[in-house]
Design a binder for this molecule. Structure first.
Ligand code: SF4
Ligand code: SF4
Length: 166
């Protein structure tokens, strides 16, 4: 149990460093910024959605507006979650190409995970981000975790996702 925890922590730290050193520096010159939400979907509960999109309706009225089409077309509700897609994120400063909520707790957690994150002990690299180079990531992991064998494969249903298992 402790070994698995240490392994997860160590992988997590490696991925955070990789995001900071390889992915984030590319964001300023990215041709398809994920924050435009053309490819990527943001996921909220009601409590977080309200301040993020500055909603001045109660939840029932807002849900009704989504059902009758008078609400924002880029927000959908499924079960008790809200999904935003197809319109730039309101926290995205497109002229400076940066997130106004960077390092703030208001930032949705799936933003921090994108495009490289851990799923159990599998590393997932999302190729919707143009800075993702899975071969380079695999080389980096092999160099850092000397003696470990890694296996890379693509998700059949979602080919944009590449898995690297240890
Ligand atoms: S898609 Fe990748 S490179 Fe582009 S802005 Fe998002 S994280 Fe940065
Ligand atoms: S919260 Fe920030 S990182 Fe997340 S989509 Fe919006 S601008 Fe991008």
């Amino acid at each position: 149990m402790k070994k698995r925890f240490t392994q997860t922590k160590s992988l997590q730290n490696t991925l955070s460093r990789y995001q900071a050193q390889v992915i984030i520096p590319h964001c300023r010159r990215c041709l398809k910024p994920c924050c435009n939400l053309t490819e990527v979907v943001l996921d909220f509960d009601w409590r977080r959605l309200v301040p993020f999109y500055q909603i001045d309706l109660g939840q029932h009225a807002f849900d009704r507006s989504l059902r009758d089409g008078s609400g924002p077309a880029h927000i959908r509700k499924q079960d008790d979650r809200y999904y935003a897609h197809g319109s730039p994120c309101p926290a995205y400063n497109s002229s400076q190409r940066r997130c106004n909520y960077y390092q703030s707790s208001a930032k949705p957690s799936n933003c921090s995970d994108f495009p490289i994150y851990l799923d159990g002990l599998s590393i997932v690299a999302d190729k919707r981000c143009e800075a993702v180079n899975e071969t380079d990531l695999l080389d980096t992991l092999t160099r850092i975790f000397t003696g470990r064998r890694f296996n890379m494969h693509t998700n059949r249903q979602l080919p944009q996702l590449v898995y690297i298992d240890m």
